[in-house]
Ligand binder design. Structure first.
Ligand code: KIV
Length: 291
């Protein structure tokens, strides 16, 4: 069934036809994993704009407004410079463009690590100013106190362990984590600490497969893998990677489309027609309305 959208220009809200589905809640996502079993894997993709959210919404359980928007949208070299204001603007756009998926917004570097109080103030702004359902933050045991502080005060939190891109300056790059026994054990312990602190789900990024499986078995809440294992309780990808918009993508990314080629072909065809003065043709020529 295809969905069409009408944009209400007064509110910038897109109204899908047929009628919107009911939006998933965070407790419903958490409850997908029951007694260690997730019968229906959780589908998550990143979204940064209203239109992208409209296209992804019906297919996803969770839309993540990831701080990967720093690289993907703003051309930054890492997510470190991403600001709370960027996340608020894109988070609000994604909430406006979606009706079904629960929207999670990343807390950017420097907005939550200092203290649980700092994290609460900034997470509350994300919830109030975007309408999102939950926040995501990076880090394991070191963040457990903050995760408990937020969840006990009405802010659902998704954790993120393994390769944590905001820590690129400490990690020295984006290589897979957990190659030593000690590091592998630390990642599983990090996931356990977040689970015990009340996280509703934990992203496990860029780890060797046995770690993702061990963490998935060790914790009660769902794990969402990215370069982890198909055995995780759900999966996430950066949508632009998945759609083939970039030449270089992490090894674990599967491309489901080649949008870069399609956009380049469309632009080249348009440019050729403009230069040949064959666009706009008579049917596309602007006709002022009468009256
Ligand atoms: O920022 C992001 O897009 C993420 C996902 C890759 C998990 O954190």
């Amino acid at each position: 069934m295809s969905t069409t959208f009408q944009l209400d220009t007064a509110t910038s809200r897109a109204h899908p036809t047929p009628a919107p589905m009911k939006r998933l809640t965070i407790p419903a996502i958490r409850a997908r994993k029951d007694d260690g079993v997730t019968a229906e894997p959780i589908v998550m993709l990143t979204a940064y704009t209203a239109r992208q959210a409209q296209l992804l919404d019906a297919h996803c359980d969770l839309l993540l407004v990831g701080d990967s928007l720093g690289q993907v949208i703003y051309g930054l070299s890492s997510s470190v410079p991403v600001t709370l204001e960027m996340m608020i603007n894109h988070g609000a756009a994604v909430v406006r463009g979606s009706y079904h998926a629960a929207v999670v917004v990343d807390m950017p570097f420097g907005t939550y690590e200092q203290s649980p109080e700092q994290a609460f103030a900034n997470a509350a702004r994300l919830l109030k100013e975007t309408g999102c359902a939950a926040v995501k933050l990076e880090g394991g045991e070191a963040m457990a106190e903050t995760v408990a502080f937020l969840t006990q005060r009405g802010i659902p939190v998704m954790g993120h362990v393994g390769l944590t891109p905001q820590a690129v300056n400490v990690l020295g790059g984006y290589n897979a984590r957990g190659r030593s026994d000690a590091e592998a054990q630390k990642i599983v312990d990090d996931a356990k600490a977040l689970d015990a602190a009340g996280a509703f789900a934990v992203v496990i990024e860029g780890v060797v497969e046995p770690i993702a499986i061990a963490a998935t078995k060790a914790i009660a809440c769902p794990t969402i893998g990215i370069g982890g294992s198909a055995q995780c309780d759900g999966q996430v990808l950066v949508t632009e990677d998945m759609c083939g918009l970039f030449e270089r993508v992490p090894r674990f990314v599967k491309r489901y489309a080649n949008l870069a080629e399609e956009i380049e072909t469309a632009a080249a065809t348009y440019a050729g027609e403009v230069r040949a003065r064959s666009f706009p043709g008579p049917e596309q020529t602007y006709q002022p309305r009468k009256g």
